[in-house]
Every structure is written in structure tokens, then in C-alpha cells.
Design a protein around this ligand. Sequence first.
Ligand code: NAP
Length: 286
Amino acid sequence: MTEKIRAEKTRAGVTGWPVAHSRSPLVHGHWLKKHGIDGSYEKIAVAPEDAVAFYGNFAASGLKGCNVTIPHKETAAAACDVLDEAAEKMGAANTLWLDEGGRLCGANTDGIGFLGNLDQMAPAWDDRHDCAIVLGAGGAARAIVWALCSRKFTSVHIFNRTFEKASEIADQFGLSVYAHSWDKLGTFLGKADLLVNTTSLGMTGKAPLDLDLADLPKEALVTDIVYVPLTTDLLKQAAERGNRTVDGMGMLLHQAVPGFEKWFGVRPEVDEELRRLVLDDLEQTS
Ligand code: NAP
């Protein structure tokens, strides 16, 4: 009997290179314990030279599914038989699972995590959806632009140091998404319903994000996906002048929800206990 239970134990994990820094085992470990599930969530380092073979022959890993982190999100998406709309659009998957028929399915849940965080921390935040300003044009920005388009923002304006990268995203997402160089930001701030920082500026150890918010409407919501520190200078500055603010921790937690549900069959909750657990860990290790 014991052997039978062992054989049926569901295994999942985070794959990438490196994976040592990942907080995902803490999050999924918490949910496994909370729901009394006899499963495991492991750290699985996949070297770049092994990635095509690993994802291409995923069933051989013995995992029900996994998260995928840098630098394998594109390789993982290419190996999937089925992709959700976001992963298809981005050409990158961060969540994989094997379905009943043994097909490898992939999703990109960063955008869902971004939306889940705002829905939870700032209910009705998207009632005003005329103009969103996105700072940055990296991988996270692409997911967030997808998310904002899915919530029918009339216009999404991307500002990035490297204009070409902003332009690439705008071209991909079509008519309501516009690319701008950083120096044009001042012209648009006064129209914003939402301001999102997706650059790594303001993160501990990185250069500061130097912004003058004087023209930003007081009704605009300001959110930063950087979560170390939790309250970035941007959020501090915005809160002091009366804007609603949301930090980036919830995005990290909400993006994990769909994977856990696919692998272990229970939709877990992002609650204060989980948030505290991850915050404590960040405080101890950063
Ligand atoms: P990425 O693909 O490397 O993109 C980095 C972005 O920051 C680019 O737009 C880059 O501009 C900009 N940037 C970096 N240094 C800059 C500088 N000195 N001056 C101006 N712009 C600069 O990274 P990513 O994956 O999108 O992640 C971005 C940040 O979001 C990271 O801090 C990451 O930890 C955080 N993040 C948080 C979550 C969450 O769950 N909360 C999820 C994903 C990412 P260029 O294009 O000009 O280089």
C-alpha cells in the first residue's frame, strides 16, 4: 500500500537555470501542507544545453508539471503541444502540465498574476480604463500589456529606455498599444488611469526610478512589480500624494495559482498568511 501511495504521489517543481533563488517551493510547499496533499514541489536545475531535450521529452521527467523560469520560457513554449492564449502571444510559457492524454500544455501566468493582484488589492481598479502607462519593455512588460489589453484598456502607452523594444511589443499587440521613448513620459502622465513600473529600476541594488509624479491624476492607481523592497520609492511617492498603490508581491503569488490547480487539483488562495511567509523569507535572505 505504501509503495502504491508513493507511486501515485504527484510531483511538480520549478525548472530553470539557476533555480536556487526561487521562492516558488516556499509558495507551493505552503499550499501542499495547507491542503494536506501528499505531493512534492522541487527545484530542478536544467542546464541550457539540456533544455530542448528536457522539455521535449517532458513525460520522462516523472513530473505532472512544472514552472519554468529564466532562461527556458521560450524553449518550454516551443516544446508544448497546446498553449494558452497568453503563452501563444508571448512565445513563452512559465507553467507546464501534462493533460489526461499525455499532451504537454503550457500557459503564461504572469499577466494573470498581475491582474489577480490588482483585483484583490484594489477592487474595481479597472473601472477607469482609458489610459495605462507601462514603464519598461522586458518580459514582464509584455505579459502586463497582454493583461491590460484583456481588460480592454483603450490605450496602453509603453515607455522604455530602448525604444525598439517598446516598439516591438506595440507592433505585436496592435492598435491600442503605443511605444514611446522615455523622454516623452511627461506628456502622457496627466492622462493616466494606471501607472505600472515593470523595469528593474528601484529594486534593491539597481539604479533608482527617477520620476516626477506632479502631473499624475490623484485618481490614478500606481503599481510596481518590483517587490524588493516591497514599498519602492515610486509607491512611497505616489502614496504620499494620495494615489492608491499596490506592491508587486501579490503578482508573484497569484501567478502561481493556476499551476498548483493543474497539478494538484485544488485552487489555492493567496492570503495574508502566505504573503507574510514569503515576506519573512525575503527579509531574511535579502
Ligand atoms: P527584463 O526582461 O530584463 O526587462 C528589464 C526592463 O528594465 C527593460 O525594460 C529595461 O530597459 C529596463 N531597465 C533595466 N535597467 C534600466 C536602466 N538602468 N535604465 C532604464 N531602464 C532599465 O526583466 P523582466 O523579467 O521584465 O523583469 C523586470 C522587473 O520586474 C525585475 O525587477 C523583476 O524582478 C520584476 N518582476 C516581478 C514579478 C512579480 O511577480 N512581481 C514578475 C516578473 C518580474 P531596456 O529594454 O532599455 O534594457
